[in-house]
Design a protein around this ligand. Structure first.
Ligand code: HEC
Length: 400
């Protein structure tokens, strides 16, 4: 019996990452929605006099809920006060653990692509960690600068900085490595916002309320700014989480630009929902078709150039079989020769003729349309070989 403990550990951590991520983002969506949908209580009514600034009724799961938000703090802090922070902490912790296991322990496989930059494992990890820590420092400094007072300008500056980061990282890491690091920078900013600004701000609020003092409004303001930033990060981060499955994104020559474009789609959609929640659905509606068109314009621009027309000479299967066996089967075989793998990655086997024929669509996606495979071009597949395989598929991909 052979169990691949590392693979099972990864599954468990990824599962945890998803569960806590859903809990975190779900709560974040809910509270942003809540905040934007509160209506002020009747003027000079008992709630207004009690310091309530907004209220809301909702029905869910067979019950009615009434929520009230206080202008500052309630007259008395209740014995049970719910905080929302562990979702964020565990999402970040599980994410960083996954990043470390996959991209740092196996940097040679996932993080480094020698056809992009020939760097050592240590250098790659240093750049990776540096970008994550540096990202937070730069963002935090920006938040402490006067720029924070202009939301739109702040957003544009942040967007440009992230695009630069994606550009830079895509020139030192594999496509996937670059994407995941941009995601990790965003995730870390979101997490650090909760840990270092939002929660301490709330603690100050609660402690002031307990002492019967008026809390410094700056804490509330800062926490709100940072939560709003987190809110706009959510959709791009979620995209990056699933981008792994779509080599046409990170595997594109302009993967960094695609990432910027798709993130913008996410931000536009998020902005529409924020406007809608504030009763501006009509004004904001135009954002949805813009996002839709942008998304498909990106898809169109990223499409692989039409099939190689340089030659119409028939490519025999034996040629393709030889290429695939030489370039792919060291990892993709029932018993991989590559010592990094106990079993064929993702269960994809490319050693026998039947296996190669069965996988031709995926071979095209991974090795012809993009250069995602061989991973990090470990086996040094040439462009000429990619063309031959592409031409064989275009000619029907048959066994003779
Ligand atoms: C150095 C080892 C290595 C080589 C060589 C290699 N691969 Fe892979 N391949 C991997 C790994 C690792 C994965 C899993 C990636 C992941 O975790 O998403 C993978 C995944 C795949 C997948 C599944 C992708 C998915 O997510 O559905 C396909 C298809 C594939 N490889 C095709 C190829 C082809 C075609 C070649 C040769 C041109 C090749 N590979 C060469 C390591 C390799």
């Amino acid at each position: 019996m052979e169990i691949d403990l590392m693979e099972w550990a990864q599954l468990a951590i990824r599962w945890i990452h998803m569960i806590t991520g859903i809990a975190w983002i779900g709560a974040s969506f809910y509270f942003v929605w809540l905040d934007m949908n509160l209506t002020p209580p009747v003027k000079d009514g008992y709630k207004d006099k009690a310091g309530v600034s907004g209220e809301l009724w909702a029905v869910h799961g067979g019950g009615f809920y009434e929520v009230q938000k206080y202008r500052l703090a309630p007259p008395e802090i209740p014995p049970t006060l719910h905080w929302f922070k562990y979702e964020a902490y565990f999402t970040w912790f599980s994410g960083i653990t996954l990043l470390t296991i996959l991209y740092y322990f196996s940097a040679d496989i996932y993080l480094i692509d020698r056809s992009i930059a020939n760097i050592s494992t240590d250098a790659a990890i240093l750049i990776g960690v540096g970008s994550i820590v540096g990202g937070w420092i730069i963002y935090d400094l920006l938040c402490k600068s006067p720029l924070i007072n202009n939301q739109a300008v702040f957003g544009v500056v942040l967007f440009i900085l992230f695009t630069l980061a994606a550009f830079g990282l895509s020139h030192v890491f594999s496509g996937r490595g670059a994407y995941i690091h941009v995601g990790a920078i965003m995730g870390t900013i979101m997490f650090a916002n909760v840990l270092m600004v939002i929660i301490p701000g709330q603690m100050a609020l609660v402690s002031a309320a307990k002492k019967g003092e008026a809390p410094d409004p700056v804490y509330g303001l800062r926490a709100k700014q940072r939560s709003l930033h987190n809110n706009y990060f959510t959709l791009p981060v979620l995209f990056i989480m699933i981008s792994n499955h779509y080599p046409m994104t990170y595997g594109n020559h302009y993967g960094w630009l695609l990432l910027a474009g798709i993130s913008l789609v996410g931000v536009l959609v998020r902005h529409f929902f924020n406007m809608k929640n504030q009763g501006q659905a009509k004004q904001g509606f135009i954002l949805l078709p813009i996002a839709f068109i942008l998304f498909f314009a990106i898809a169109y621009a990223a499409a692989p150039k039409s099939e190689d027309q340089s030659s119409t000479e028939k490519v025999p299967f034996t040629t393709v079989e030889k290429i695939i066996q030489e370039r792919c089967s060291s990892c993709h075989a029932a018993k991989p020769a590559n010592a990094d793998f106990e079993t064929p990655p993702k269960g994809v086997k490319l050693a026998t003729a039947a296996q190669i024929l069965r996988e031709k669509t995926r071979i095209k996606q991974q090795a012809v349309n993009t250069k995602t495979m061989p991973l990090g071009n470990a086996t040094q597949m040439t462009d000429e070989e990619r063309k031959l395989v592409g031409r064989w598929i275009a000619q029907g991909g048959l066994a003779n």
